[in-house]
Design a protein around this ligand. Structure first.
Ligand SMILES: *[C@@H]1O[C@H](CO)[C@@H](O)[C@H](O)[C@H]1NC(C)=O
Ligand SMILES: *[C@@H]1O[C@H](CO)[C@@H](O)[C@H](O)[C@H]1NC(C)=O
Ligand SMILES: *[C@@H]1O[C@H](CO)[C@@H](O)[C@H](O)[C@H]1NC(C)=O
Length: 380
């Protein structure tokens, strides 16, 4: 009798193992399933740049039943790796209290806010990550592309995001600069390449809390911006959850060197699509959605890739647009230019003059217009 029971248990175990193997082979085969809401699918369609993504995604009817009528099941063909994340999730829904608590925590990193608040809704807010030591770069920006007198458009604002260094004099100078220019937010985040993502998250949270804006352009302090062209673009844009710039696709995660990211920090070998960090635009809807899904205690070292990953998981698709020149090392002027990186003072001044001629704010100048580069010298 006891033997029969043992046999029963034995065969049950064999049967269960068999079921498990069948189950694993099924899930292994279809492990790359993505859940895409119809809205996200529409975004993919709206983004002409994502046509490649679309081609590579097969809307699948393999899955036997609908999870919910609001969800579509999308199957990524095995040969491609466009969507690098294999746990694509719909945007997190959080309670109002938990969002407020999270925001309060993030905002507690701000040690000095020198920005004058005005009761206007800016068409675009420029959030510029700047090293505390780079007062000269900020002054160049204030004199050139950040000077309201340079442009036709007026409904925009530049704010610099500064971090922290253990140098009392330096921090005092930064505060003074902030009071004088009313355009600086100082954070207690160390001035360190690997903490740039935190700097940006705090900046976005600050903007959400204190500023009304339709778009944000996150940039670095060594860029040139053609504000008139940027505003022309954003006012024409109809994508609510926009994320624009120079799109990076299938970027391999570097495991060595300056951009080193360990397997513990990032499992997959590719980043989700993101826009290069020298300058990218987010609409206000995208900012709110990214902030709802971001966690300042768990950031990636690479700030632009981090924003891209969170955006992607929230269903916001990076899109390349013309006019963003992120490796313009020879400082070439191109018509329709919006953002150029890298730029030093001479480069900025050259691109600004050329821009103003094309925008009709400066007189035509044959000599200058025949010049394509500010100098026959590589910037970086
Ligand atoms: C799944 O949902 C979609 C959208 O509501 C519907 O068109 C489709 O017929 C459903 N499929 C099945 C098998 O119920
Ligand atoms: C801000 O401006 C809007 C209209 O432009 C006005 O309705 C509102 O009362 C103003 N708020 C403050 C605090 O002044
Ligand atoms: C977000 O931007 C849209 C225009 O693009 C504007 O109508 C809306 O009021 C903005 N929302 C907030 C909260 O500023």
């Amino acid at each position: 009798m006891a033997l029969r029971v043992k046999f029963k248990i034995f065969f049950s175990c064999i049967f269960l193992m068999f079921c498990f193997i069948i189950y694993r082979s099924f899930t292994d085969k279809f492990y790359q399933f993505y859940i895409v809401t119809p809205r996200i699918e529409q975004l993919l369609i709206e983004n002409t740049n994502s046509l490649n993504d679309l081609k590579e995604i097969i809307v699948s009817k393999i899955f036997p039943r609908n999870f919910s009528e609001y969800f579509l099941t999308v199957y990524e063909s095995q040969s491609v790796n466009t969507l690098a994340t294999n746990n694509y999730i719909a945007s997190k829904v959080e309670s109002l209290e938990s969002i407020e608590k999270k925001e309060k925590n993030v905002l507690s990193h701000i040690t000095f806010d020198g920005v004058k608040k005005q009761n206007v809704s800016y068409t675009i807010l420029f959030l510029i990550s700047s090293h505390t030591r780079h007062a000269n770069r900020r002054n160049i920006i204030r004199r050139t592309w950040g000077n309201p007198l340079s442009w036709v458009e007026t409904n925009w604002k530049v704010v610099f995001l500064l971090g922290y260094e253990e140098n009392i004099q330096l921090m005092e100078n930064a505060k003074q600069e902030a009071t004088q220019n009313e355009d600086i937010v100082i954070e207690d985040i160390r001035e360190n390449f690997y903490d740039l993502a935190k700097k940006v998250i705090i900046g976005l949270t600050w903007a959400k809390k204190y500023i009304k804006f339709k778009n944000i352009l996150k940039g670095d302090d060594d860029t040139f911006m053609n504000i008139d062209n940027i505003i022309k673009f954003v006012t024409k844009n109809h994508i609510l959850e926009g994320y624009f710039g120079q799109k990076m696709e299938k970027q391999p995660v570097e495991r060595n060197g300056r951009y080193k990211v360990t397997v513990e920090e990032h499992k997959t070998n590719y980043y989700d699509p993101y826009c290069s960090g020298g300058g990218f635009i987010l609409t206000n809807y995208s900012v709110y959605k990214i902030l709802a899904n971001i966690d300042i205690t768990n950031t990636l070292r690479i700030d632009d890739a981090h924003v891209g990953e969170v955006a992607f998981k929230a269903g916001i698709i990076a899109k390349s647009i013309e006019g963003f020149f992120m490796w313009n090392d020879w400082c070439e002027y191109k018509k329709g230019i919006m953002v150029s990186h890298p730029s030093n003072e001479e480069c900025i001044s050259f691109l600004l003059k050329r821009s103003l001629i094309d925008n009709g704010k400066h007189q035509r100048n044959a000599v200058l217009e025949s010049q394509k580069f500010y100098k026959a010298k590589k910037l970086k």
